[in-house]
Ligand binder design. Sequence first.
Ligand SMILES: Nc1ncnc2c1ncn2[C@@H]1O[C@H](COP(=O)(O)OP(=O)(O)OP(=O)(O)O)[C@@H](O)[C@H]1O
Ligand SMILES: [Mg+2]
Length: 358
Amino acid sequence: MKRIEFYDRKKEIKEIMNILDTEPSLITFIYGPINSGKTTMISHLIEQLPEDYAPFYINLRGRFITDYEDFLNVLFEIDEKGVVDNVTEYARSILKDMGNVSGIPIPVNLFEQIFEKKDKSKDMFKYMEQFFVEISKKRTPVLIIDELQVVGDIKIDGFLIYKLFNFFIRLTKELHLCHVFAVSSDSLFIEQVYSEAMLQGRSRHLLVDDFNKEITMDFLDEYGFTDVEKELAWNYCGGKPIYLVELVNSGENRKKKAEEMLGMRIGQIEGLIEDAREFGYRISYGDEKIILSEEHILKNLEKFRDRDYLKASELSKSVKLGLIKANILFLDSVKQIIKPQSQLDLLAIREVMKDEKN
Ligand SMILES: Nc1ncnc2c1ncn2[C@@H]1O[C@H](COP(=O)(O)OP(=O)(O)OP(=O)(O)O)[C@@H](O)[C@H]1O
Ligand SMILES: [Mg+2]
């Protein structure tokens, strides 16, 4: 199997480097449709960062977090060997030998001290602030939290997310100490963040979308696609990197592979519509329970029959919520447009509509 090299993202990386060149002052939210390559881009960027930066990357994906104990375990990388009573001294020692860290390093004894405290959040933020103060004397700390929405609903004596936002604002706008990036594919979470009063004027948003046509074509050139195969790939998969990689890896039978991928997506959307027909498709929205009927879903999806994207206001709120939750639609809160998560989804929606008409 061919190894797929990291491709492009020049524009996005340049934008991030421009941010990193200036004093930290805003929280940056990186958003985009599912599988557009956000995590891959961030990992690549971290590898390429000049020595003057100290990146701390935390990925919350798949982490089961219900309380502060869980959160502390995800946030920190416990240094079992390091027994240092003083944060400053510890941060200095870390600076000398900063390998690849996946979390904020902490000596085991200080971790236990925080763990035993009743008000864990206060001590946790205090440790991090002192740690970043010390790091920032030699290098610019960059804190990156991937899949931040995982903690979006966690309530432990108030919402954890608000405490985090406050802390991020302190690190950026108030202390200018540390760059903060929060990454998420969850467009409903990003929508909440975007309209959150406490973040107004304190955050910016950066879209990492699927590749555009030009970049898709260049990417496929690297793997010896013919012009016909390139058009086929674009028509089925658009610029979704993960699907393009699948086509590259599928060898000669690219048309068959593309059709298979589309077939699967059609099946999934039909399944959802069948659920809606039989039982009503159920979603929860805060404390509300919404039940979508087949008719209501189809009537809204109809709008994609001859359009690739819609204004967010053109879809009924319930269908919008339901289909975003089902990972069929993507909402761009900044541009206020809504579109299928991928070209494959758009084609699948159109196929399903065709069948429904017959
Ligand atoms: N720039 C790129 N060059 C080559 N391949 C890429 C690139 N970006 C993404 N990919 C491929 O697409 C896959 C999915 O990308 P990635 O997991 O980074 O997306 P994501 O936006 O973080 O997804 P999620 O929405 O699940 O968080 C990667 O495993 C990789 O194979
Ligand atoms: Mg990701």
